[in-house]
Design a protein around this ligand. Sequence first.
Ligand code: NAI
Length: 343
Amino acid sequence: MHKPIPATLIAGDGIGPEIMDATLAALDALRAPFAWDAQVAGLAGVHSAGDPLPAATLESIRRTRLALKGPLETPSGGGYRSSNVRLREEFKLYANMRPAKSMIPGGRFENIDLLVFRENVEGLYMGYEHYIPIEDDPHAVAIATGVNTRRGAIHILDYAFRTAIAAGRKKMTVVHKANIMKALTGIFLETAYQLHAEKYADQIALDDVIVDACCMKLVINPWQFDALVTTNLFGDILSDLCAGLVGGLGMAPGANIGQDAAVFEAVHGSAPDIAGRGIANPSALMLAAGLMLDHVGMADEASRLRRAIADAINVDHVRTGDLGGNAGTEAFTKAVVARIANG
Ligand code: NAI
């Protein structure tokens, strides 16, 4: 019997509560020992506490240092600032890890198994942006400043090397644009080679590729890569590209790892177009719960969960609409829970 593990639970907006119920059913079937502290954020936070990231939610994560989070709605353009970005800043969640693994045979690419590591708090996403007005055009010039630090690069690179080695990976590829942005992305490339030479050269190979070439290579022959690590903006784009290689957003989980906490979530958003209809695919959030189980040292339960999801989809042929099937969230969840119970 495992000791209870305190963890914060944020169901999220839109399809969040539906896919979170499904994920909790799977975790219950696994007898995962999380002691949940349910909190709100996003639109639900605005409605119930007048804040998209209420103080009670932050306090809970500060205490548990561990959270499973549904998607949070962020208005485009005006409105409040993204609660996701605020969470990353608040808990210094410097590493975003997104595995891209084929689960469904017969897709455009078979047998993909990539680990993508994205720097999560620096680079061009720091929001140092402004316009310079000239004559009667208030937006005549737009300026953005990216900031990458040696410390920040070491944090994410060290995490990426350790995690990839623990997962049995043989090669890490640094993705950059140091031929053009010689300082901004050069510091990341240079730090990767230094850290690798100092600590990891005998455990994993290292090479590098320029981001534009990397996109082409990923589409032509993704199997040449094993693990990728890159700066914030490139990582945002590349990890979606890799999710696309393995069946899209419904199957893509993500882990945000930091100094002060770890937050696990699906890569997709709140899907307002299908919210409340009981048809969302809960696999991505379930797979995120699998990463959370790995994180707390419950690798067996994590593998059982992944196997149950794959079997429900491929052996039982229970699929939600986004995967070309006609099962609802509940029917799919029942199939996963049955597989866990019999697995
Ligand atoms: P989205 O990912 O919510 O939806 C894009 C498309 O994929 C929609 O057609 C949706 O129905 C479909 N889809 C997404 N997840 C699905 C699932 N589990 N099963 C079946 N179909 C699924 O992206 P969108 O529409 O751009 O964003 C909606 C809201 O979500 C926005 O407010 C955005 O800010 C927020 N968002 C939040 C994220 C987070 O909390 N991590 C990440 C991305 C977006």
